[in-house]
Design a protein around this ligand. Structure first.
Ligand SMILES: Cc1ncc(COP(=O)(O)O)c(C=O)c1O
Length: 430
């Protein structure tokens, strides 16, 4: 048929507007979206419906670890879906067992629970903390100010940002926030009900702020002394983004000695890059606590499905084969050097550059004149200009541009990215 009946012409009449209209009429408006309507991707590039190409420095917010439309991920998905796509967790299957083993080997002695998202992984850690403290009547989890742990009810109670809680009270009880990187404040905040402390290795949502090595070591000591679980949220900063599997491993490299070398939290949540775009999450729990959540105490229909695990295993294989952890460390280091050079050259635009590996934040100066005329936050205005110049990045708070590209971002693509950023910075520099 296709030989004799030509394909209908593509809809050319302002496709972008038509798609945006579909959203306005049909999609719950929880997101303020940029005016970009994407159609396809390849590697570190995406194209919008008008054919404009963007270098993706946001990676779907730290998800697209091997870039877009990765052929090996596609092949893993196709092969697995031909064999066994989904089975319930009433049964065993090889991929889940192998993936759990691979993840535990990257962290330390312990076990893995599989789920579907970062918020759900954190929910599992909260339940672990409650189980752990239950017999002594302890249930409270201390989290950090400016942290982010997801949008479920417990997730927003745990998150240290007022804006995610607004209008959703009363909050789930049992969460309190403490200043980040402040050990004395953590000690002072403990109550008889405290069961755990949860922190990110690098805070992602408000500004890309790494934990200090001394802080992590001090939290470990404090948790040991007071019989608390030390939990870490590795949803955004994990999966080799910083140059090591978990960001705490990278942060603690600067410390010598047994304490740093032997450091382990008691639980770690993961998601995002774990599935590279296939929605999945997981948490690791350290050996002495690995059986606390016993049969019937926790579950989720899709967690650790054959499809999800086949993809995650393939991602781990490619990262190891192509030395992408080292690549992320080197390419990220090079980018950071470029951004620091820009910050020195344009201090009226860039106030600070932070981050580790391919997780970077560019903090914009508080009062850049070019941003004064609009109501939109400086970071949104900056990113709109990046879009016009051909790159995507992610806002973090009101003033920080987040760079979270694929770990296989090529060096020349990194150079293209920093070049685009500099062209925008130079234009708005007073
Ligand atoms: C540190 C951190 N924790 C948890 C989450 C929630 O993950 P998800 O959106 O997959 O539920 C996010 C998402 O951005 C995150 O950055």
């Amino acid at each position: 048929m296709s030989d004799i009946v030509p394909a209908p012409p593509a809809v050319v009449c302002n496709q972008a507007q038509a798609i945006q209209e579909l959203f306005r009429s049909n999609v719950v408006p929880t997101y303020s979206r940029f005016e970009v309507v994407l159609k396809r991707g390849e590697g570190s590039y995406v194209w919008d419906v008008n054919g404009k190409r963007y270098l993706d420095l946001g990676g779907g917010i730290a998800v697209c670890v091997l870039g877009h439309a990765n052929a090996e991920i596609t092949q893993a998905l196709v092969e697995q879906s031909r064999q066994l796509g989904h089975v319930s967790n009433l049964y065993y299957h090889e991929a889940q067992g192998r993936l759990a083993q691979a993840l535990a080997r990257l962290i330390g002695p312990g076990k893995i629970f599989f789920c579907n998202s970062g918020a759900e992984a954190n929910e599992g850690l909260f339940k672990l903390a409650r189980r752990f403290g239950h017999e002594e009547g302890r249930f409270e989890v201390l989290t950090a100010q400016n942290s982010f742990h997801g949008r479920t009810l417990a997730g927003i109670a745990a998150t240290g940002q007022a804006k995610v809680k607004k209008g959703f009270g009363p909050m789930v009880p049992g969460f309190r926030q403490i200043p980040f990187n402040d050990l004395a404040a953590a000690r002072a905040a403990l109550s008889p009900a405290t069961a755990a402390i949860l922190v990110e290795g690098v805070q992602g949502e408000i500004g890309v702020v790494p934990a200090e090595a001394e802080y992590l070591l001090g939290l470990r000591r404090l948790c040991d002394e007071k019989k608390l679980l030390l939990l870490m949220d590795g949803v955004q900063c994990g999966h080799f983004r910083t140059g090591r599997f978990q960001s705490f491993q990278r942060i603690l490299e600067e410390k010598s000695g047994e304490e740093a070398a032997g450091f382990l939290p008691d639980g770690i949540s993961m998601a995002k890059s774990l599935g590279g775009g296939f929605p999945m999450g997981a948490f690791w729990v350290r050996e002495p606590y690995a059986d606390l959540l016993d049969a019937g105490s926790h579950g989720t229909t899709y967690g650790g499905s054959p499809l999800a695990c086949a993809v995650a295993l393939k991602i781990l294989e490619v990262i190891a084969r192509d030395h992408l952890a080292e690549h992320a460390r080197k390419t990220g280091g090079w980018c950071k050097g470029e951004l620091l050079r820009m910050a020195a050259k344009y201090p009226a635009v860039i106030q600070q550059v932070r981050g580790l590996g391919l997780m970077m934040g560019i903090e914009l100066a508080a009062r850049t004149p070019a941003f004064a005329a609009s109501e939109k936050s400086p970071v949104v205005q900056f990113i709109n200009r990046l879009h016009a110049a051909g790159a995507l990045a992610v806002p973090s708070g009101t003033h920080v541009v987040r760079i979270l590209p694929a770990l296989n971002l090529r060096r020349e693509e990194a150079a293209e990215g920093t070049g685009i950023i500099e062209s925008v910075v130079a234009k708005i520099s007073p």
